[in-house]
Design a protein. Structure first.
Length: 195
């Protein structure tokens, strides 16, 4: 099983990355092939609104470091997207990436019941780490992401959230969150569904 992991924090060793790394290590132990991209280390632009992906190409026309990321997602079975919560949403690094996923939609996506150019059946994991300890805060982030990736044909989605983590390493004190990362990896392989 192929995994693409996108680390969306500007802090490479931040809490969202720690959770994602735990999930990916477990996936590798189970035989998964993991490819990780640290978005903050890449040079890329957001969507340019050129509509080339709807008129003359079946992919994004912008050639930059995100080109390989988008291609890797086309080929993956599982996408792991990790981000801190900044200003009530995902990081700006993730936002720019998300805009570029517009290229995954077919030209007539508004009326076409099969909206995506991607193979159906991919799995999606969202990892969010936030300073705010309130578990009821920012409830709109995951549903929005899930909606987008459902339109892209992702058939299974999982959410892992850490609350009250500010400094890098704080999530190490939340073993339940790290265990959830491992159990999510098991579920993705189907091992978590054994009686």
């Amino acid at each position: 099983m192929k995994f693409v992991c996108l680390l969306g924090s500007p802090r490479e060793k931040g809490n969202s990355a720690a959770i994602a790394n735990r999930l990916c290590r477990k996936a590798e132990e189970m035989g998964g092939e993991v490819r990780t991209f640290v978005l903050n280390k890449l040079t890329y632009r957001g969507c340019q609104g050129c509509m080339a992906c709807k008129t003359r190409l079946d992919r994004c026309a912008v050639e930059d470091d995100l080109t390989d990321v988008l291609e890797a997602i086309r080929e993956t079975d599982v996408l792991v997207l990790a981000s801190p919560v900044y200003f009530w949403d995902v990081s700006s690094q993730v936002k720019a990436f998300l805009d570029r996923t517009f290229s995954f939609l077919v030209p007539d996506f508004i009326t076409n019941p099969r909206k995506s150019r991607l193979a159906p059946g991919k799995k999606f994991v969202v990892i969010l780490a936030q300073t705010n300890p309130d578990r009821n805060s920012f409830p709109d982030i995951f549903p929005k992401l899930d909606h987008f990736f459902n339109a892209y044909g992702f058939s299974e989605s999982h959410l892992i959230r850490a609350f009250g983590v500010r400094e890098p390493g704080d999530v190490a004190k939340q073993e339940d969150v790290l265990k959830m990362a491992e159990s999510t990896a098991e579920k993705l392989f189907g091992a978590g569904q054994r009686p």
